[in-house]
Design a protein around this ligand. Structure first.
Ligand SMILES: [Zn+2]
Length: 138
């Protein structure tokens, strides 16, 4: 298992100098949710230097529970249901491109004897008539 380091800090830059790259790295680490002391370690500066720079940059506060909830609600589907979480009574309507991270299943309570929830039953069991109208068949 390797740990990925998304924010690489240029090693040759003097620690005290706030180059645009270092400021970008600071902001990236901040947005990743690292503590100021962890950020200091990554950037090779003291925690106090991090706090001071964050303050001067006016970076938004993080790790407030309210913000976390808000961020989660931006996802339209809520909890991501992958194949391994899918159970027999869950809607197995696929969503997203198979093989990508986006791919998941609906996961709502399925209608009895049907593989889908009520919403997706309506979408699944629909027949298009000759004149283009959609009719439910179940
Ligand atoms: Zn569904």
């Amino acid at each position: 298992m390797t740990t990925s380091t998304p924010s690489q800090i240029p090693a040759q830059t003097p620690a005290h100098e706030w180059t645009p790259e270092r400021i970008a790295a600071l902001i990236a680490l901040w947005n990743e949710g690292l503590t100021t002391s962890q950020m200091g370690l990554r950037l090779g500066i003291t925690k106090n230097a991090v706090v001071g720079k964050v303050h001067r940059l006016g970076l938004p506060k993080r790790q407030s529970p309210i913000r976390k909830v808000a961020a989660r609600e931006e996802k339209p589907m809520g909890e991501v249901i992958k194949l391994d979480k899918l159970t027999a009574d869950m809607c197995c309507w696929p969503d997203g491109e198979p093989g990508t991270d986006e791919f998941r299943f609906c996961g709502k309570q399925a209608v009895a004897d049907k593989p889908y929830c009520a919403d997706h039953c309506r979408r699944a069991y629909v027949r298009v008539t000759k004149d283009g109208r959609k009719v439910a068949v179940a």
